[in-house]
Design a protein around this ligand. Structure first.
Ligand code: GDD
Ligand code: MN
Length: 393
């Protein structure tokens, strides 16, 4: 990553030194850019007109461009009365969201405001977002298109509007508590207190960085301010259908972060595995195969089905630790061991503990299910990086 300070002064200027500034502090404006050379000058001009007189600021561009955006920023920064930094990334890890996290890492002020580089977000709102956070003691202030006084006028076309609606609804349905009080979790315009965020805990994936922050950083208080999502100044949106898929993966990842939630999804996937299992059993016995070998063969269809779903949905991010053939073998072994272990376990529960067949079978099913889940986690998809242990006082 290359870094350049385009213009010194501003926050470094003793007159605007954040240490000497009382309420509401200072702000670092983080702007992710991907080929926005025709927009950055207009954006910096708008920021210059509306922010520094009300709130000391610095601007950090995190750029993944393949065009001359960094040069365009450097040229435009000459006229800015605040420091402008360009972090150009050779490897655009995490896309838009990854860029924002880099920007937050580089920020030096108490408040970080994230906004797009195409002038769809009005810079005049930046001081208001921060002031609202200070006034309400919120850790996160979202600029929302869905509050009264806001609008999504600049969202190009009915298709984008429908997708945005659906995505908002889905996210709020999956995270009713953590997105409580956020009418626009898809917004790309928001202010966050730097103290609420630990950049290393974030796993951004594509566009929806606010969702990542709201769910993972869990600010205690959230406030919202309405805003009008304007038309792009120049160029076109970088959002694609691929971003849509990334969003779904991001949601699944966030939702299955906690082991209990993962176990529920693991169980639901297991239930759907009965279908291919029974279908194969029906076909094999229909073809005259004895039911015992047919059971064993049919079970493999269920196992294969479960494996595919678990690989693509549940453990997608953890597949790298092992070769796919290794994972397949381990998974198949565990899934079949399940069958082998269950019968002796039932016999033990009945013979030793005096249970009757049905509760013994139910208990054995539950035990082998949990064992299989734990075994699959530990033996097939061991996490790459262990969390640092909490030190107990
Ligand atoms: N560094 C970096 N890397 N910046 C990126 C990348 C990337 O991979 N992809 C896009 N950007 C930048 C763009 O250059 C722009 O400044 C900003 O991120 C938003 O990208 P757009 O392509 O203009 O997005 P949009 O207008 O379709 O979507 C915006 O509105 C949505 C709400 O409908 C964004 O703010 C979304 O986050 C938001 O959900
Ligand atoms: Mn845009």
């Amino acid at each position: 990553m290359s870094q350049e300070h385009a213009v010194p002064g501003g926050l470094g200027d003793p007159a605007l030194d954040p240490v000497g500034v009382a309420e509401p502090g200072a702000v670092t404006i983080v702007v992710p850019t991907f080929n926005e050379s025709a927009n950055v000058a207009a954006l910096l001009r708008q920021i210059t007109e509306s922010v520094p007189s009300r709130l000391p600021c610095e601007v950090v561009f995190v750029d993944d461009s393949t065009d001359d955006t960094p040069e365009a920023i450097r040229r435009a920064a000459q006229d800015c009365p605040f420091p402008v930094t360009v972090l150009h990334r050779e490897e655009p890890a995490g896309g838009l969201g990854g860029a924002v996290v880099e920007g937050i890492r580089a920020a030096t002020s108490d408040w970080v405001v994230v906004m797009d580089g195409d002038c769809q977000h009005p810079p005049a709102l930046v001081p208001e977002l921060v002031a609202t956070g200070e006034r309400t003691n919120a850790g996160l202030v979202v600029a929302s298109r869905y509050l009264e006084g806001g609008s999504r006028a600049g969202l190009a076309g009915g298709y984008r509007v429908a997708v945005s609606r659906g995505a908002t609804w889905l996210a709020k349905a999956l995270f009713p508590r953590r997105l409580h009080g956020i009418s626009d979790p898809m917004s790309g315009f928001f202010a966050i207190r730097r103290s609420t965020v630990t950049a290393d805990e974030l796993k951004p994936l594509g566009y929806k960085i606010l969702l990542e922050l709201a769910v993972r950083a869990r600010p205690r208080m959230v406030a919202e301010v309405p805003f009008v999502f304007r038309e792009r100044f120049a160029g076109e949106s970088k959002s694609t259908a691929r971003e849509g898929l990334r969003f779904l993966r991001h949601l699944t990842g966030l939702r299955t972060e906690a082991p209990p939630a993962r176990m529920v999804v693991f169980g639901l996937i297991g239930l759907t595995g009965f279908l291919p299992n029974l279908a194969a059993l029906w076909a094999l016995t229909g073809a005259g195969v004895h039911y015992l070998p047919a059971e064993i063969a049919a079970n493999q269809f269920g196992v294969a089905w479960n494996f595919l779903l678990i690989e693509t949905l549940l453990f997608r991010e953890r597949r790298r630790h092992r070769h796919w053939a290794d994972r397949t073998a381990r998974f198949a072994l565990l899934a079949n061991a399940d069958l082998v272990v269950r019968l002796p376990l039932i016999a033990l529960l009945v013979g030793r503990f005096g249970m009757t067949a049905v509760p013994a079978t139910a208990l054995a099913l539950a035990i082998t299910f949990v064992l299989r889940f734990v075994g699959t986690e530990a033996l097939v998809y061991l996490p790459r990086r262990r969390r640092p242990r909490r030190s107990t006082p």
